[in-house]
Design a protein around this ligand. Sequence first.
Ligand SMILES: [Zn+2]
Ligand SMILES: [Zn+2]
Length: 243
Amino acid sequence: MKLTFLGTRGYIDHATTKHARHTSTLVSYRGRQLMIDCGEDWGNQVHDVRPDAILVTHAHPDHAFGLKAGAPCPVWASAESWQAMNDWAIEPAYRHTIEKRKPCNIEGIQVEAFAVIHSTRAPAVGYRISAGKASIFYVPDVVWIEDRTAAFADIDCYIGDGASLDQNLVRKDKDGNLVGHTPVRTQLTWCQKEGVHRMIVTHCGNQIVAGDAQEIDVKLRRYADERGVQAGIAYDGMEVVLR
Ligand SMILES: [Zn+2]
Ligand SMILES: [Zn+2]
């Protein structure tokens, strides 16, 4: 399984060459390409990526709004995300609903959706993805993962939310539901608890994108070392092969 980090920027105004594009990742296996998320700054360029299928984590602008004018291939999303994307110009034959905790095969790649807490208006899922001998769990925006033990079972790598390294971006909405983003430091603790040895940070927020790169690296390494996890920050164009 090859991962190409097409974009690694969260929903922030600040952008750098390392984190220029909204978060999107291409999963390639045996010549087939699965694109995860397509935010508003992708626009028509989704056609240049030439994916065989697109998976949507949730219907926030930085994850799905690049599909408003249509999609070049089948799109898989939860029923809640399809509600939000109902009026978009995606042709009916390309609309596939993915049910939570029901593994399915998309272009030869195993995909299972897990509910996560992140937003009340745009309910999100994370994806457990397996191809060949490699498995990952991918969730770019997350407060909490439901059924985390099953989601993380035997994965080679956890790809998580870099909106914050160690600052609190979790809050309560008017109904008392938790929304926002859990810091990387806490996600590393999840990895430690579930015996996951590697984390790649994507969906980078202001702390990472606008911060001092060396200072951020030192902090990340310390948090990761303390938990026995190997961690790194993804950048646009980064490729990782998992076997
Ligand atoms: Zn986001
Ligand atoms: Zn979001």
